[in-house]
Design a protein around this ligand. Structure first.
Ligand code: UDX
Ligand code: ADP
Length: 487
C-alpha cells in the first residue's frame, strides 16, 4: 500500500500554530518579508520559483537540490532546462531575491514556507510497481525538514503526490517532539512545459488545498498572499487538502483521456475516408467539448500523464473500484497502442522490412519548445525501429543530449545530428515525432532531392503541408488521414 494512503489522527496542533503564526515572528532575513524555500530544482521547482521571485520582490526565494551539477547549472549561463522566456527571468532576479544553493539544511532552518518539488517517479519495484508513486524522495525530504527546523514552517506539496500524501508528510514531520509545528498545504502545479512561463504568469487557476482548521486556514492565507502579488483573486481556488491532491491527478487524467480518445478516432479515420483533423475541428466546435487537446499524434508523453493516470489507477484498485481503475488504465493502454501503431505503419509501408534502411527522426522531445524527453513517444518508437534493424538519424533543436542518454547502450545504429537537412541526407524516410515549428518551414524540395527513392514522410503530428509534400514527390503518411502515395 502506498504511504500516501495511510490515515492519521485528528489535528491536535491546529490552535497552537495559529497563535504561533500570529505572535512569533517567523525566521526571516531583515531585508525580506518572508523566506521561501523550494526543495528540488527540476522542471517544476526551478521555473515556479523564478516566477515567484520575479513577482514578489519582498520575498527571498531559495531553491536547493541534492544535485550539485543542477545547482551549478542554475547559477550559470547554461540553465539545466530549456523553457522559453525562463532565462531572461532568472537573470533578472538571480542574486537579488532568487538564490540556487546546495546548502539544504541551512536553507530549511531559515525558511518560512517550504515548497517540496522533488521527483515522484512511478515505482519500479515491490508493492505497486509500475503504478504507485515512489515516495522515497518525498520521505527523505520530510525527514530532512524535520531535522533542520527550529521554527514553525508551512510545507507546500508541489510535486504530484498520491491522494492523502499530506498525511504521510505530516506524520513524519510531527514524529518525535521538537516543538516545531508544520502546516501542510497542497498547491499542485498545472504549468505545461514549453509554455510554462506563460502558464505561471497568467494561470487559469491556482489551487490551494489546506485543512479546514484555524492553523490550516492561516497557512493557506500566507500562500494566497504570495499569489495575490500577480494572480487575480477570482483565479485562486481553495479546497480541502484531498480535493486539491485529487484534482491534480484528475486534470491530467482528463487531458490524457482526450488525447487517447482522438487517437482512437484517428485509427478509425485511417481505415475510412474520414480525416481526423476535420473530425476534431467539428467535434471541438461544440462549446461543451472545446477544441483543445484534440490533436491526434503518436501518443502522449511527458513526466506527468502516464504517471498520474497510473497513480489514479492504483488508488482505485486500492479502494477496490476495479471498474473505475480499468476505465482509466485503458487511456494508457490506448497510448501504448498508438505508439505501436505508428511503428507498424512505417514497417508495413516500407515493404515490411526496415533492415539497413535509414530513417530521419524529426524531433525527440515529448513536445516542442522543451528539451525534456521524459516518457517521450520518441523513446519507444526509436527503440522499436532499432529492433527492426533500421538505422536512425535523430535530429532535435534542444533534446539531442537527452536522446543520447535515453538510447544509451542501444544506439550503435543511431546518429544524432543537429541540422535536419544533414539528418535527412540519403535516408529512405522521415518520421516526424515532435512538431517543432521549424520543421514546417524547411525546404522539402531540397530534402527530397537528397533522399533515397521512393521517399516517405510519416508525419506523426499532422504538422506538415501534406499536399505540397506529395506534389514534390513524397509518399505521405499521416495520423488519421488517408495516405497520399504515388503508387
Ligand atoms: C501536462 C499538463 O498539461 C500540465 O497541466 C501539468 O502540470 C503537467 O502535465 P506537459 O506534460 O508539460 O503538461 O505537456 P502537455 O502540453 O500537457 O502535453 C503532454 C503530451 O500530450 C505531449 O506529448 C503532447 O505532444 C501530447 N498532446 C497534447 C497530444 O498528443 N495532443 C494534444 O492535443 C495535446
Ligand atoms: P519535476 O519535473 O517534478 O520538477 P525533476 O526530476 O525535474 O522533477 O526535479 C526533481 C529534482 O529534485 C531533481 O533535481 C532532484 O535532484 C531533486 N531531489 C530529489 N530528491 C531530493 C532531496 N531529497 N533533496 C533535494 N533535492 C532532491
Amino acid at each position: 500500500m502506498s504511504k500516501g494512503l495511510v490515515r492519521s489522527g485528528p489535528d491536535l496542533f491546529s490552535f497552537k500554530i495559529e497563535l504561533d503564526l500570529a505572535e512569533k515572528p517567523l525566521m526571516t532575513q531583515n531585508k525580506f518579508k518572508k523566506n521561501i524555500l523550494c526543495i528540488g530544482a527540476g522542471y517544476v521547482g526551478g521555473p515556479t520559483m523564478t516566477i515567484i521571485a520575479n513577482k514578489c520582490p519582498d520575498y527571498k526565494v531559495t531553491v536547493v537540490d541534492i544535485s550539485e551539477e543542477r545547482i551549478a547549472a542554475w547559477n550559470s549561463d547554461q540553465l539545466p532546462i530549456f523553457e522559453p522566456g525562463l532565462k531572461e527571468r532568472v537573470l533578472k532576479v538571480r542574486g537579488k531575491n532568487l538564490f540556487f544553493s546546495t546548502d539544504i539544511d541551512e536553507a530549511i532552518d531559515q525558511a518560512d514556507i517550504i515548497f517540496v518539488s522533488v521527483n515522484t517517479p512511478t515505482k519500479n519495484f515491490g508493492e505497486g510497481a509500475g503504478k504507485a508513486v515512489d515516495l522515497q524522495y518525498i520521505e527523505q525530504t520530510a525527514r530532512r525538514i524535520k531535522e533542520n527546523s527550529r521554527s514553525n514552517k508551512i510545507v507546500v506539496e508541489k510535486s504530484t503526490l498520491p491522494v492523502r500524501a499530506a498525511e504521510t508528510l505530516e506524520t513524519i514531520l510531527h514524529s518525535g517532539a521538537n516543538g516545531v509545528h508544520f502546516e501542510i498545504l497542497s498547491n499542485p502545479e498545472f504549468m505545461a512545459e514549453g509554455s510554462g512561463v506563460r502558464d505561471m504568469e497568467f494561470p487559469d487557476r491556482v489551487l490551494i488545498g489546506s485543512k479546514d482548521t484555524p492553523s490550516g486556514l492561516a497557512a493557506r492565507k500566507e500562500l494566497v498572499d504570495v499569489y495575490l502579488n500577480w494572480v487575480p483573486e477570482e483565479n485562486l481556488i481553495t479546497t480541502n487538502l484531498w480535493s486539491s491532491e485529487l484534482s491534480k491527478l484528475v486534470s491530467n487524467a482528463f487531458l490524457a483521456q482526450r488525447i487517447s480518445s482522438i487517437n482512437s478516432i484517428a485509427a478509425i479515420c485511417e481505415v475510412t475516408e474520414a480525416d481526423v483533423t476535420e473530425v476534431s475541428k467539428a467535434v471541438g466546435r461544440d462549446s461543451r467539448i472545446g477544441a483543445k487537446f484534440l490533436n491526434a499524434g503518436p501518443g502522449f508523453g511527458g513526466s506527468c500523464f502516464r504517471k498520474d493516470i497510473l497513480n489514479l489507477v492504483y488508488l482505485c484498485e486500492y479502494y477496490q473500484l476495479n471498474e473505475i481503475a480499468s476505465f482509466w488504465e485503458q487511456v494508457v493502454t490506448l497510448n501504448d497502442y498508438q505508439m505501436e501503431r505508428y511503428v507498424k505503419r512505417i514497417l508495413q509501408v516500407m515493404f515490411n522490412t526496415l533492415v539497413g534502411k535509414k530513417l530521419a527522426v524529426f524531433g525527440f522531445a515529448f513536445k516542442p519548445d522543451t528539451g525534456d524527453t521524459r516518457d517521450a513517444p520518441a523513446i519507444y518508437i526509436c527503440k522499436r525501429l532499432l529492433e527492426e534493424k533500421a538505422c536512425l538519424r535523430i535530429t532535435d533543436p534542444h533534446a539531442l543530449k537527452n536522446a543520447q542518454k535515453d538510447l544509451e547502450g542501444i544506439d550503435s545504429e543511431v546518429e544524432y545530428i543537429e541540422d535536419p537537412y544533414k539528418a535527412a541526407e540519403g535516408v529512405h524516410g522521415i518520421a516526424l515525432i515532435t512538431e517543432w515549428a521549424e520543421y514546417s518551414k524547411l525546404d522539402y524540395q531540397k530534402i527530397f532531392d537528397k533522399m533515397e527513392k521512393p521517399a516517405f514522410v510519416f508525419d506523426g503530428r499532422n504538422h506538415l503541408d501534406h499536399k505540397a509534400l506529395f506534389e514534390i514527390g513524397f509518399n505521405v503518411y499521416s495520423v488519421g488521414k488517408a495516405p497520399l502515395t504515388h503508387f
